[in-house]
Design a protein around this ligand. Structure first.
Ligand code: FES
Length: 161
């Protein structure tokens, strides 16, 4: 009788425990994601932006360091920009528009990031140039990848293989 009660308790309680404390997804790992750029960091001109994407093999994403509006620290981005301002300072920005998350695109002529969804525009430093977005683009944490001038490492996560 006690064996029957035990097996009923296990089969009834175990699914509830698994629901409340699911196992972490297999294969996910926070790490620095190596990114190949179209040109060396030192060759990016002042007032120029270079776009890059997270690798698909393994499936990866970048982790936003800050944010506002639709973006928040810890949110994921599948692309970004390395931008050199007119003084030569380099920033790394996530591709996600802070309004509702569409991917912004480089407007080289106007030196802005333009969103195709609702018309928001951002300066190359990520600040809002034109709404409806009310918050700047999110920063990504990056560093120069040792030895390879065309590579950087960006804080991110491997989502799976
Ligand atoms: S999502 Fe970019 S303006 Fe709305």
């Amino acid at each position: 009788m006690s064996g029957l009660l035990t097996s009923i308790a296990v089969t009834g309680v175990l699914p509830i425990l698994v629901f409340l404390w699911p196992a972490p997804p297999k294969g996910q790992k926070k790490t620095a994601i190596k990114v190949s750029l179209a040109k060396a960091v030192t060759d990016i001109q002042n007032g120029e932006a270079v776009q890059f994407y997270a690798p698909k093999t393994p499936n990866s994403a970048f982790i936003m360091a800050d944010g506002g509006g639709d973006n928040a620290p810890g949110d994921l981005a599948f692309g970004g920009f390395l931008v050199k301002d007119d003084q030569g300072k380099v920033r790394c920005l996530a591709i996600n528009c802070s309004h509702l998350g569409c991917s912004v695109a480089i407007n080289s002529t106007k030196k802005s990031f333009d969103c195709p969804c609702h018309g928001s525009r951002f300066h190359f430093d990520g600040t809002v140039l034109h709404g409806p977005a009310a918050y700047p683009l999110s920063d990504l944490t990056w560093r120069q990848d040792g030895g390879d001038p065309n590579s950087i490492s960006v804080d991110g996560i491997i989502l799976g293989f």
